[in-house]
Design a protein around this ligand. Structure first.
Ligand SMILES: Cc1cc2nc3c(=O)[nH]c(=O)nc-3n(C[C@H](O)[C@H](O)[C@H](O)COP(=O)(O)OP(=O)(O)OC[C@H]3O[C@@H](n4cnc5c(N)ncnc54)[C@H](O)[C@@H]3O)c2cc1C
Length: 334
């Protein structure tokens, strides 16, 4: 366990917001939980932080940040058809993908290039290019922070949905995920439901290498390089509305992009709504909307938390005025 006091969080959030926390605990090993328990850390204000790529700190955090950094990928079952792996929370997400590529395991490849740690993947059920983490998650292990009781939840019990899970609802702020179990297929198969990806793949041979290279190319053409420009990926979720409401909206805006969503609903593109509201590429000081993808709010360097907050509230309000749609932040705002 490493402990820092009055620690800057600038390098621990991809928005690169310069705020501080009272204490910063790095959990090098799972057993460090006993120290956290002894120090009664979970009884006072605390927050569990992975790679900080889905958070916006709006002020200093008066409490303890706990960063699970313990690593490990164990093989729990191996057959001709599939491999079951147990991944520790502190593994970098892309290291998990690279493990799959090295071992010719199929299922998660479309999720290459998403920043963050494995322990955070189930929290918002990360997804991209037609695949969600839930498609391969078999179970999630962790402990409840109020009584340190360990738990194991099946994928079904995790109640996964679009950028959602039990960890954003009933268990929000109440548990620490220690391991995620993924079942990967050994049978070659790919998900090509995303049009830009299927168009690209139509030009070349399908393999784990070509599909992941294509995805990285598409991602890099739309998303900023977080080593240079701060952001937390998509700031808002894509709104899901009823078919009836969609038809009314479509009468006013015939070019609205839409996709079918579960429960006879319709998913709109939040990026398109923001673009139509005139925000794409706008910048005030160092806070702005990324010119290549209107769903991404960016910090060009020295934006203060207030500036980013002011910007997202303006965007929210303009989209509401224009479409009567309330955007929901995908990013956790603290
Ligand atoms: C450039 C960019 C591109 C992105 N692209 C995508 C994308 O394509 N698809 C997508 O879904 N997301 C995307 N994201 C968002 C983000 O990368 C994911 O949500 C990622 O899973 C967050 O991981 P993290 O470790 O950084 O989590 P953090 O931001 O540190 O935490 C996220 C949430 O999880 C909780 N948490 C973290 N670890 C644990 C744990 N061990 N136990 C309990 N709770 C925990 C935190 O308290 C917080 O509520 C993108 C972000 C960026 C910056």
């Amino acid at each position: 366990m490493i402990v820092y006091w009055n620690h800057s969080l600038k390098d621990h959030n991809t928005f690169s917001i310069d705020v501080r926390c009272t204490q910063f605990f790095v959990m090098d090993q799972l057993d460090d939980r006993h120290i956290l328990q002894k120090e009664k850390i979970f009884a006072s204000p605390h927050y569990i932080l992975g790679g900080g790529s889905n958070v916006l700190f709006t002020k200093d955090f008066a409490g303890t940040i706990i960063h699970p950094a313990f690593k490990g990928i164990e093989v729990m079952e191996d057959s001709d058809q599939s491999r079951l792996i147990r991944v520790a929370a502190g593994e970098e997400w892309d290291d998990v993908i690279n493990y799959c590529l090295r071992n010719r395991l199929y299922g998660l490849e479309n999720l290459i290039g998403i920043p963050g740690c494995a322990g955070s993947a189930p929290v918002q059920n990360i997804g991209a290019y037609g695949v969600e983490a839930k498609d391969c998650i078999e179970r999630v292990e962790g402990f409840l922070t109020d009584n340190m009781q360990p738990f194991t939840l099946s994928a079904e019990e995790c109640c996964f949905g679009y950028r959602n899970s039990i960890f954003k609802k009933k268990l929000k702020g109440k548990c620490l995920i220690t391991h995620v179990w993924f079942r990967l297929s050994k049978t070659e198969h790919y998900t090509l439901t995303y049009k830009a990806l299927s168009d690209e793949m139509a030009q070349q041979n399908l393999s784990l290498e070509t599909i992941t290279q294509s995805i990285l190319r598409i991602r890099n053409s739309k998303l900023p390089d977080i080593r240079k420009i701060g952001c937390a990926g998509s700031f808002f979720k894509n709104p899901v509305i009823t078919e009836e409401r969609f038809q009314k909206l479509q009468a006013q805006h015939p070019d609205l992009v839409s996709h079918p969503a579960p429960g006879k609903k319709v998913k709109l593109s939040a990026g398109q709504l923001i673009e139509k509201a005139g925000w794409k590429g706008k910048r005030t000081g160092d806070a702005g909307i990324y010119p290549l993808q209107a769903l991404v709010l960016v910090n060009y360097g020295g934006a203060s938390p207030e500036e980013i907050q002011h910007l997202y509230k303006q965007v929210y309000s303009d989209v509401r005025k224009m479409f009567n749609i309330r955007l929901t932040p995908e990013v956790n705002i603290l």
